[in-house]
Design a protein around this ligand. Structure first.
Ligand code: UD1
Ligand code: CA
Length: 451
C-alpha cells in the first residue's frame, strides 16, 4: 500500500488518427475492455483518492464509456492538444488542495502493471520525482532518460536530441510520479520552445533538478509500456494479452485443451481444474468455478457457472445466466438472464431467457421461452423436477409447477399446477392408405407433364 494518498491523472485526449477510426483511440478494446480501462485498473491498485481523466477528441464518448466502469472519475477537457504538460495542467483545478502524490498515466498504454506502479511509490520514499523508464529494443522516437550516477537529470525528446543522446536506449514510458504541488509548480514553468512547439511534461525533470529536487528512474519490461497507435499495434497487443492470460490460466490449474484458441476478457475468472475445450470465447464478467466444464465452440459473457456444471459444445451464455451446481447446457442452447438450479438440464436447441428453471428440471429439445412481446420482457418459472416436452413454447409470463409436465409441441399460455400434465396440441388422426394414394397421384401428374 502507498504511504501517501495518490491521485491519478490519465491522459486520454489524443485523437489517435493513425487508428483510422471514428472511435476515440482510448476506447479501442483489448480483452473486451477499452485501453483506458486497463490503465485505470492498474492505477486502482494504488487506491487513488481522486482519478482525473483528461479528455479531448471524442470527449463525450470517452466520458460516457469510462464512467460506466468507474462512476467516481473526474473528467476535465483539453480542447487543444498542446502537449503532455498542458494536458496534465488541465487537472490543476480538480486537484486544488490535494496534498498527496500525483501519478500520470496514458490512456493508450494498457499494460503498465500494479507492481510496477508500486515500485514507483517505493522509489518516491527517497526521491522527489520518479519516472518509469524501459530499455527499448528500438528507441526510435521515444524520449531518452539522461542518467548521471543514480540521478535522472533530464528527459530529452527524440526530436530535440543530439546524436549521442539518440544512441541511448533507456527511454521514457511517460509514467511519472511526484507530489501534486511539485507537479503543478513545475508545469507552470514549462515552455514550448522545442521542435514540436508543445508543452512537454518531460521538461519537468530538468526543471526539478534546477531546483535541487531529486529525480530517479524506475525501470520495467518494455512490454508493459507498449503504447497503441495503430490497428496493427492493437492486434499485436491483443495477442500479447491473450498469451499472458492463457499462461496465467494454465499456471492457475485450469485445463485448456487448446490454449491458442481460448479467448479471455480482462476480468475472466476460471477456477482450478475448470476444463475448457477448444475455441471458447469469454466476454466480460464471466466466472467459471472449479471443476466446471466448458466444451468446444461456446461463447460466454456476464455469467456464472458453478462446480460440476457442463456447458456446450456450441452453447451461448449471455448476461445474467446463472448455472448452479451440476446444471447442464447442451449444444445450440442460448441462456439469458436465467437461473438453472442444481442439476437442471437444457440439453439441445433451446432458448431460455428471463427464467428460473428449478432443481433437476429437464427442458426438452427445441424449447423456447417466448419472453418478449415486442415491448416488454416477461418471466418464465419452471418448478423443481418439472419435465418440459420437446418443442414446447412457454409464452411468458407463465409458470410450470414442480414435477409438472408439458407434452411435446405444447404452447403453454396458462400456468400449469404442480404435478399436472399440460397438452395443447391437436389430436392425431390417421387416414388409411391416404399417403400412398396421394403419392401415386402426384407421380402420375409429373409423368404427364414430362411427356
Ligand atoms: C511521450 C513522451 C516521450 C515518451 C513517450 C512514450 C512527452 C513530451 N513525450 O511522447 O518522452 O517516450 O510519450 O510513449 O511527454 N496527450 C494528451 N494531450 C496532449 C498531448 C498528448 O492527452 O496535448 C496524450 C496522448 O493522447 C497520449 C499521451 O498523452 O496518450 C502521450 O502523448 P504523445 O503525443 O503520444 O507523446 P509522444 O510523442 O509519444
Ligand atoms: Ca505516443
Amino acid at each position: 500500500m502507498s504511504s501517501k494518498p495518490v491521485a491519478l491523472v490519465l491522459l486520454a485526449a489524443g485523437q489517435g488518427s493513425r487508428m483510422n477510426s471514428n472511435l476515440p483511440k482510448v476506447l479501442h478494446q483489448i480483452g473486451a475492455a477499452p485501453l483506458a480501462v486497463h490503465a485505470l485498473r492498474a492505477a486502482s491498485t494504488l487506491e487513488p483518492e481522486k482519478s482525473v481523466v483528461v479528455t479531448g477528441h471524442g470527449a463525450e464518448m470517452v466520458e460516457t464509456t469510462l464512467s460506466k466502469h468507474d462512476d467516481e472519475l473526474i473528467f476535465v477537457r483539453q480542447t487543444e492538444q498542446n502537449g503532455t504538460a498542458h494536458a496534465v495542467d488541465q487537472a490543476r483545478a480538480a486537484l486544488d488542495g490535494f496534498t498527496g502524490d500525483v501519478v500520470v498515466l496514458y490512456g493508450d498504454t494498457p499494460f503498465v502493471s500494479g507492481e510496477t506502479l508500486q515500485s514507483m511509490v517505493d522509489a518516491r520514499e527517497t526521491a522527489d520525482v520518479v519516472v518509469l523508464g524501459f530499455n527499448a529494443k528500438d528507441p526510435g522516437r521515444y524520449g531518452r532518460l539522461i542518467i548521471n550516477g543514480t540521478s535522472l537529470d533530464a528527459i530529452v525528446e527524440a526530436k530535440d536530441a543530439t546524436p549521442e543522446q539518440l544512441a541511448m536506449t533507456l527511454c521514457n514510458s511517460g509514467v511519472v510520479m511526484c507530489a501534486a504541488q511539485t507537479m503543478f509548480e513545475l508545469i507552470a514553468d514549462v515552455k514550448n520552445e522545442n521542435a514540436s512547439e508543445e508543452y512537454y511534461l518531460t521538461d519537468i525533470i530538468g526543471l526539478a533538478r534546477a531546483r535541487d529536487l531529486t529525480a530517479v528512474a524506475v525501470t520495467c519490461d518494455e512490454a508493459e509500456t507498449l503504447g497503441i497507435n495503430t490497428r496493427l499495434e492493437l492486434a499485436a497487443a491483443e495477442a500479447a494479452f491473450q498469451a499472458r492470460k492463457r499462461t496465467e490460466a494454465l499456471e492457475d490449474g485450469v485445463s485448456l485443451a487448446s490454449p491458442e484458441s481460448t479467448f479471455f476478457a480482462y476480468d475472466t475468472v476460471l477456477g482450478r481444474d475448470a476444463v475448457i475445450g477448444p475455441n471458447v470465447v469469454f466476454g466480460p464478467d464471466v466466472t467459471v468455478e472449479s471443476g466446471a466444464e466448458i466444451k468446444a465452440f461456446s461463447h460466454l459473457e456476464g455469467c456464472h457457472v458453478s462446480q460440476g456444471a457442463v456447458v456446450g459444445p456450441f452453447a451461448r451464455l449471455r448476461p445474467g445466466a446463472e448455472l448452479e451446481e451440476g446444471a447442464k447446457v447442451g449444444n445450440f442452447v442460448e441462456i439469458k438472464n436465467a437461473t438453472l438450479a442444481e442439476g437442471a438440464k437444457v440439453n439441445h436447441l433451446s432458448y431460455v431467457g428471463d427464467a428460473h428453471v428449478g432443481a433437476g428440471a429437464n427442458v426438452g429439445a427445441g424449447t423456447i421461452t417466448c419472453n418478449y412481446d415486442g415491448v416488454f420482457k416477461h418471466r418464465t418459472v419452471i418448478g423443481a423436477g418439472a419435465f418440459i416436452g420437446s418443442n414446447t413454447l412457454l409464452v411468458a409470463p407463465v409458470e410450470v409447477g414442480a414435477e409438472a409436465m408439458t407434452g411435446s409441441g405444447t404452447v403453454v399460455t396458462e400456468d400449469v399446477p404442480d404435478g399436472d400434465l399440460a397438452l395443447s396440441r391437436v389430436r392425431q388422426t390417421n387416414k388409411t392408405g391416404l399417403a400412398r394414394k396421394l403419392m401415386q397421384m402426384l407421380r402420375a401428374k409429373k409423368m404427364k407433364k414430362d411427356a
